[in-house]
Ligand binder design. Structure first.
Ligand SMILES: NC(=O)c1ccc[n+]([C@@H]2O[C@H](COP(=O)([O-])OP(=O)(O)OC[C@H]3O[C@@H](n4cnc5c(N)ncnc54)[C@H](O)[C@@H]3O)[C@@H](O)[C@H]2O)c1
Length: 475
C-alpha cells in the first residue's frame, strides 16, 4: 500500500504513537557504524534522541565509545564527545542489548559490489537483520538505510518473518540516505529531503517521530524539510536513481572534456556556459578525473545488475557507458603524463621508468579520508605500473591509502612528495593543493610539469611560475 502523502505538513495521528519501549520519543539504534551509521548515531543523539550504535567491528566500537571517530568527517568528533558525555549516546557489539534497547533499528551496514559480479553484496544486511531479529522481544521497526537493490525491503520482511516471533508484529520500512562525506553532519541535521517507504500508518508515525528532531530544528531555523512518504520499491529506487543521475552528469561533462581535447575546446568554459541554464545547473558539472568513492561506482553497477534481473536491463544500458567514460579519465591522466614526460606509448601503454611522479591526493574527494574506488589512487597505481617512481601524499587519507595500495610510496607532506618530482599530478582538490604556491613548489620539483586532474588550479598562476600545465579537457 502506498500512503499518498508527500508534503511538509504534519503527519496525521502522530501524537497517538507511543514507542513500544514506553519512552517518550523512540529510542534509536544504528546497526553498522561506518561513515553512514556513526554519523547518524552521533547526529541523532545531538538532536536529543537516546541512541545506541551497534557494529560487529569491536575495534571501531571501542574507538567510538572512547570518544574518537574512526574516520575523518569535519565536525563529528566534537559532537561525539558531547553526546557521550550527555549520556544520550552509547555503543555496543551486543545484538541482544541492541534488540532490547531500541524501538527503531536503522540498518546502515555496507553493501559493496559483489566479488563475482556487478550486483550488490547483501550478506552484511542479511547478517545484521537476522542477528537482530532473533533477539527481539517486543514490537519494533526495522528501517533500511543502506543503498540496496530494489526488492530488498520485501526480502528483509521475509527474513524477519523467519527469525523473529510472528506475534511481535515487527515491521519494516525503508529510508534511503543522501549524505555526502565531507558535509555529512550538516546533511544529516539539515537534510534537503527525507524519503520513507512504509506499509502502515504505524511505521509512518514511528518514522516521523524518529525524525521529529530534524523537523523541529528546521522549524526553529524557519526552514522546511520535505518529507516524501511512498512505497518500498520507490524508496529503494530513489537512492539509486539519484546516484545514477549524478554519475551521468559527471560522465556527461567528462565526455565533453574528451571532445574538447580533440577539438581544442576548453571544457571549463563550456561547463560554466551551459551551467548558467537553470535547467542544467553548474553543480556536479566539473570535468576531471571522474567520480569514485564507496557509493557512485558500485551503485550504478548494482542498479544495472538489478535492472537486468528484472528484465529492464535495456533501460539502464547507458549507465555502462557512464562507467566507461569515468574509467577512461583515469587512463587519460596516464596518457597526459607520458606526453609531458616525453615518453611514447607502446602496445602496453607508456613506459615511465626512470621518472618520478608526485601524486597529490589519495581520497576520492576532499574533506574525507575515504579512498574506496578513489580515482586518485587508481591513477597512482597506473603510473607506478607504467614504471614511474610514484610518491603519494594526502592530508587525511594516508592510513587508508596505505592499507588499500600498500605497494605505493607515501610521503609525509606535500613538499616531500613534490621534492625531486619530474611531474606533479593533483588528483584530489584539497584546499592545501588548490592554494599551494607554484613558485615554492617549483623550487622543490626536478621538472615543472603539472597535471591538474580536477581543474582546480589557477592555470595562469602555475604557467606564470614556469610550470607546463595540463588540465582535463583543456587546451
Ligand atoms: N558513505 C556515504 O557517504 C553513504 C551515503 C549514502 C548511503 N550510503 C550507503 O550506506 C551503506 C553504508 O555505507 P558506509 O559508507 O557507512 O560503509 P562503511 O563500510 O563505512 O560502514 C559499514 C559498517 O557496517 C559494519 N557491519 C558489517 N556487518 C555488520 C553487521 N552484521 N552488523 C552491524 N554492523 C556491521 C562494518 O563493520 C562497518 O563499520 C552502504 O549501503 C552505502 O552505499 C553511504
Amino acid at each position: 500500500m502506498t500512503i499518498p502523502y508527500s508534503s511538509t505538513q504534519p503527519v496525521p495521528a502522530i501524537g497517538a504513537v507511543t514507542p513500544p519501549s514506553g519512552a517518550a520519543r523512540p529510542r534509536l539504534a544504528f546497526l553498522g557504524t561506518g561513515y553512514l551509521g556513526a554519523t547518524y548515531a552521533i547526529c541523532f543523539a545531538e538532536l536529543g534522541y537516546e541512541v545506541l550504535g551497534f557494529d560487529v567491528d569491536e575495534a571501531k566500537i571501542a574507538k567510538l565509545a572512547g570518544g574518537a571517530v574512526p574516520f575523518h568527517e569535519p565536525g563529528l568528533d566534537e559532537l561525539l564527545r558531547r553526546n557521550l558525555a550527555a549520556g544520550r549516546l552509547r555503543f555496543t557489539t551486543d545484538y541482544k542489548e541492541t534488540a532490547h534497547f531500541a524501538d527503531v533499528h536503522f540498518i546502515c551496514v555496507g553493501t559493496p559490489q559483489r566479488a563475482d559480479g556487478m550486483g550488490a553484496d547483501l550478506s552484511y544486511v542479511e547478517a545484521a537483520v537476522t542477528g537482530l531479529a532473533q533477539h527481539l522481544t517486543r514490537k519494533a521497526l526495522i528501517v533500511g538505510k543502506s543503498t540496496v537493490p530494489v526488492g530488498t525491503a520485501e526480502w528483509i520482511e521475509q527474513l524477519v518473518g523467519k527469525h523473529a516471533p510472528a506475534d511481535l508484529g515487527i515491521e519494516v520500512a525503508w529510508s534511503p540516505e543522501f549524505l555526502q562525506e565531507g558535509f555529512a553532519v550538516e546533511d544529516v541535521l539539515r537534510p534537503n529531503r527525507i524519503v520513507i517507504g512504509v506499509k502502515s500508518d504505524w511505521a509512518n508515525a514511528m518514522l516521523y517521530a524518529s525524525h521529529k528532531g530534524v523537523f523541529d530544528l528546521a522549524a526553529t531555523e524557519d526552514r522546511e524539510v520535505p518529507l516524501v512518504v511512498t512505497d518500498f520499491a520507490t524508496a529503494e529506487l530513489v537512492k539509486v536513481a539519484a546516484n545514477a543521475f549524478l554519475a551521468t552528469k559527471i560522465s556527461f561533462i567528462n565526455a565533453m572534456a574528451e571532445v574538447c581535447e580533440v577539438a581544442g575546446g576548453d571544457v571549463t568554459m563550456l561547463a560554466r556556459s551551459i551551467g548558467y541554464d537553470p535547467r542544467i545547473g553548474n553543480r556536479f558539472l566539473q570535468a576531471g578525473v571522474g567520480f569514485g568513492g564507496g557509493c557512485l561506482p558500485k551503485d550504478i553497477r548494482a542498479f544495472q545488475a538489478r535492472a537486468q534481473e528484472l528484465g529492464a536491463g535495456e533501460a539502464l544500458r547507458f549507465l555502462h557507458e557512464v562507467d566507461l567514460i569515468n574509467l577512461r579519465r583515469r587512463t587519460r591522466v596516464l596518457t597526459l603524463a607520458a606526453e609531458l614526460l616525453g615518453r611514447r606509448s607502446g602496445p602496453a601503454g607508456p613506459d615511465l621508468s626512470g621518472t618520478r611522479v608526485a601524486v597529490l591526493g589519495a581520497t576520492f574527494k576532499p574533506n574525507s579520508d575515504d579512498v574506496r574506488d578513489a580515482p586518485s589512487l587508481a591513477v597512482a597505481a597506473l603510473l607506478a605500473k607504467a614504471g614511474a617512481d610514484v610518491r603519494v601524499y594526502d592530508p587525511e587519507g594516508m592510513e587508508n591509502a596505505r592499507a588499500a595500495q600498500p605497494d605505493l610510496a607515501y610521503e609525509p607532506s606535500m613538499n616531500d612528495a613534490v621534492r625531486g618530482a619530474d611531474l606533479v599530478c593533483v588528483l584530489t582538490e584539497w584546499a592545501d593543493f588548490r592554494n599551494a604556491d607554484p613558485i615554492a613548489l617549483g623550487e622543490l620539483a626536478a621538472g615543472r610539469r603539472v597535471i591538474d586532474g580536477r581543474n582546480c588550479l589557477d592555470s595562469a598562476l602555475w604557467t606564470h611560475a614556469g610550470w607546463e600545465y595540463r588540465g582535463m579537457g583543456r587546451p
